[in-house]
Ligand binder design. Sequence first.
Ligand code: ZN
Length: 127
Amino acid sequence: MHGSLVESLCATCGAVTAWREAMALDSKCASCGGVGVIRPNVVWFGEMPYHMDRIEAAMTSASLFVSIGTSGSVYPAAGYVAMAGQLGTPTMELNLEPSDNAALFEDGRYGPATEVVTAWVDEVLAG
Ligand SMILES: [Zn+2]
């Protein structure tokens, strides 16, 4: 939903292009040739995140909602746990510490991601 740092987005022609080198003011759009018009293909504050329709469709068919590593304070992403709750989907938070909306999760595990995420994945894979 927040885009990709290894892609460029052209403000002139809208082209999204794989981009793995340093980006500068004189970088050129591979599609239209425009100079000074590309930026990383990531969503900045105040912009609408990508794929909202796909995310909301996935929310309606999910059997579990898991949030990993978030403050729980930036919307619209922070609102998905409430949506999951309204849909009756079980919810879990894996985070360094309880997020701002931790009270909305049915379950939470807290600590470094290298520990809590791997332990949870092992638990899920063990059935
Ligand atoms: Zn362009």
